[in-house]
Each structure stands twice: as C-alpha cells, then as structure tokens.
Design a protein around this ligand. Structure first.
Ligand code: GRG
Length: 265
C-alpha cells in the first residue's frame, strides 16, 4: 500500500478537492476538514491504478517510472493492497467527524457520492466498459461513455466532496459537478494525446503504448489536432460551468483547469 501511495503521483484529485472546499468557504480552515476526504480520494485512485496494472487488466510493468505493484510484490499482494486501499478510504471518511468536526451528515453524503461515482455505475463501470470494448469501440459516444466514467467520475467526486466539506449550496454542487465532469473528460483526451506524442517514456511508459495495444483513443478517432482543440473546448466549458454559481474564491480551481490542460505527463 505504501509503495504505490508513495510512487510519485501528481495528487491531482486531492488538490482539486481541497481547492473546491476553499472555493466555497473562501478560507484556509476548509483544508483541515477536507484533508481526510482528500486522502480518501487518493487511496481510491491508487487502488484503481494498482488493479488496472494487473496482468488480468492492462498488464503493465511500469507505473510512474517504477515497477508496478504486482511486479514487486506479486499478484496476490497487489490485489490485496488494492482491496485494502479501497477499504481504508471509507475509514478515512467515516473517522472524519470525530477527527476534524466534519458534520456526520456531510460525511454520510460524501460516502454516498463515492459509492455512486467509484462503483458499478461510476469508475468500475467505466473500466468494465473499457475492457468489454477492447473487442472494438466504433463510435465517439462509446469512447466518451468509458472515459466519463472510468476517469471523469472520480474527478467529479473530488470536486463534489470538496464542495460538500465547504458547505456548498445545491447550485454550487451542480456547478462543481459539471466543472469536474468536463475537466475529467479533458484530462482523459489529454492523456490519450500524451500517450501518442508526449514524453511518457520518461516515466517508464512506452509512448504510443495505447496504440500498440490496439486501443481506440481520441487521437485515433479525431486526429491529434482535433483532439487538442477538444481539450481546449472542454477546459473552457469547465471554467464557464463555475460561473453558474457564486464562489468566494474560485481562482485556484480555474488555475488548476489551465494547469491540467498544459500538463506534459
Ligand atoms: C481497476 C476498478 C478499476 C479502475 C481503473 C482509473 C482507471 C480505472 C484506470 C487507469 C487507466 C488510465 C491510465 C487512465 C488514464 C487516465 C488516468 C486515470 C491516468 C492516471 O491518473 P493521473 O495522471 O495519475 O492523475 P498519477 O500517477 O499522477 O496519480
């Protein structure tokens, strides 16, 4: 569990969660209550990567420039590490009321969102659709479904959970969810572009590995230039979604959207 948590991830989802809490509440103190939930989202993200890398799924030898969990500890331990990371996420959220004074009803709402967005109709469902689709995705709609759920839902959860910790109104939660969904999709299209053109090899990933594995990606369906334009469009739509409600301090979230669009790994 420690090996994969400390392997050098960008911590994007927790940072988005903290930024969403700060955007709503407009003060530093929001971070204290948001931190256990931020840890929970990173635990879930890490479990998903450990399991995604397994031989039964993507069968990857390297992640973030280091040997994957199962390459170091064996398949059985990697499965168990993923299982325990997932379980510990729910511990972090349920312990938050006693540890930080987070209202229990907010913790419960966060657990409910997480089960929806990380479960069968969310991230796991997207992964299942991806595996079933390996036999041949034919349309942009199918690809969008996979990525909205596989990648987008956990990012949307991070934004929603941050909003809930900050005490967001329904309008603010709707706005954060739309921001997260658009940003999540932009992030995935960017990931597809980087797989083809970026310096992913610096992190131990072979550039073009999706294509080598016969995966249908956005650049495959749309071409690289149109995919780049799509990332820009989705990012501006995400930023515009934040204008549908009033936030005390949206600047950091807006800056993160730009950072994600410009990232090179
Ligand atoms: C196994 C249930 C289950 C789900 C797996 C997230 C996922 C679902 C698979 C990952 C496959 C993948 C590489 C998708 C591309 C987008 C993505 C989620 C990249 C990794 O996220 P980053 O860039 O990772 O935030 P770091 O390493 O920075 O934490």
């Amino acid at each position: 569990m420690q090996y994969s948590l400390q392997a050098g991830g960008k911590r994007l989802r927790p940072v988005l969660l903290l930024a969403a809490a700060g955007a709503v509440r407009g003060e530093e103190r929001a971070e204290e209550q948001a931190m256990p939930i931020a840890c929970a989202v990173e635990l879930i993200h890490t479990y998903s990567l450990v399991h995604d890398d397994l031989p039964a799924m993507d069968d990857d030898d390297y992640r973030r420039g280091k040997p994957t969990n199962h390459k170091v500890y064996g398949e059985a331990m990697a499965i168990l590490a993923g299982d325990a990371l997932l379980t510990h996420a729910f511990y972090c959220i349920s312990a938050a009321p006693a540890d930080t004074g987070l209202k229990p009803e907010i913790a419960l709402a966060i657990v409910k969102d997480l089960t929806a967005l990380a479960g069968a109709r969310g991230m796991v469902g997207g992964q299942a659709a991806d595996i079933l689709g390996e036999q041949g995705i034919t349309s942009l709609q199918e690809l969008e479904y996979i990525h909205l759920h596989k990648t987008g839902d956990l990012i949307a959860f991070a934004l929603l959970a941050g909003g809930r910790v900050g005490g967001a109104s329904v309008a603010q939660l709707d706005s954060l969810a739309e921001f997260g969904t658009k940003l999540g999709l932009a992030f995935q299209v960017q990931d597809d572009i980087l797989d083809l053109t970026g310096d992913a090899h610096k992190l131990g990933k072979k550039t073009g590995s999706d294509v080598a594995q016969g995966k249908v990606t956005y650049p495959y369906l749309l071409g690289v230039e149109e995919s780049r334009a799509l990332v820009e469009r989705l990012t501006s739509e995400a930023k515009a979604a934040l204008e549908s409600a009033k936030f005390k301090k949206p600047e950091y979230l807006l800056a993160l959207a730009d950072y994600m669009m410009q990232r090179d790994h």
